[in-house]
Design a protein around this ligand. Structure first.
Ligand code: URA
Length: 229
């Protein structure tokens, strides 16, 4: 399928932070309160609300909503744009070739799909995979914020232009947004190229690898900092 497993080739990305063993990337914070029954109740209620959502016209064209998948207690929240056709059928985010590439990208920094929670800006597919409309984003953003509040991720990976621009409330191009640490509701956000774009533009894979290294280093720096605080 032409998807290669990524191996580290680039030693340094800016800014250079201390990198420790990848295992630390998978350690969910013990301070999270997700063991409480309230957490499960709230999570299930949100899921049901999304499933039944009729706030915009996409409810008429979707097969089903795509709430997200992975570990709902993860330290990493991975946010894409919207479900594609396959995801709409399967009810899962990032399946298909682009999803496999994203899975490999994460594996390259020591994370499996079960170590992160993956979701999208929009919980429904758009017709012909067109860009989301402003009103669609507006309605769905509340669901995303509530997912974030429950998961309490330590870092957000914004995958692609739409996710990045929506989360960061900007029209800046991805080239300007990548390589910096932004925030969304006080959580650090790192922007990476969308795997669908990388499949069309293979030379950019090198930059995507740099973005992921940067995200990993940012996470470790934040995690170390929160241990000290
Ligand atoms: N699949 C998703 O779930 N999200 C994207 O952004 C692209 C493909």
């Amino acid at each position: 399928m032409g998807i290669n497993v990524w191996m580290p080739r680039i030693a340094s990305v800016k800014p250079t932070l201390t990198v420790t063993e990848p295992e630390i990337l998978r350690t969910a914070s013990p301070s999270k309160d997700w063991q409480s029954s309230q957490y499960s109740t709230d999570w299930d209620a949100l899921k049901t609300e999304v499933q039944n959502c009729t706030l915009c016209g996409l409810c008429n064209t979707r097969t089903q909503t795509v709430f997200g998948s992975g570990n709902p207690h993860a330290d990493w929240l991975v946010i894409g744009e919207a479900a594609g056709e396959e995801k709409d059928k399967q009810g899962l985010p990032f399946v298909g070739v682009a999803g496999q590439l994203l899975t490999e990208m994460l594996r390259a920094i020591g994370l499996s799909r079960d170590d992160v929670f993956m979701t999208n800006i929009l919980k429904c597919r758009t017709p012909e995979n067109r860009d989301p409309h402003v009103d669609e984003i507006k309605h769905c953003k509340d669901y995303l914020q509530r997912q974030q509040q429950l998961i309490k991720p330590k870092i957000i990976l914004a995958v692609g232009r739409i996710a990045a621009q929506t989360l960061l409330n900007t029209h800046d191009p991805l080239t300007k947004l990548r390589g910096n640490v932004h925030t969304f509701n006080n959580t650090p956000v790192v922007v990476v190229y969308h795997p669908a774009y990388l499949l069309r533009s293979l030379p950019e894979k090198r930059k995507a690898w740099q973005d992921l290294q940067f995200a990993k280093q940012t996470f470790i720096a934040m995690d170390n900092q929160s241990c000290v605080d």
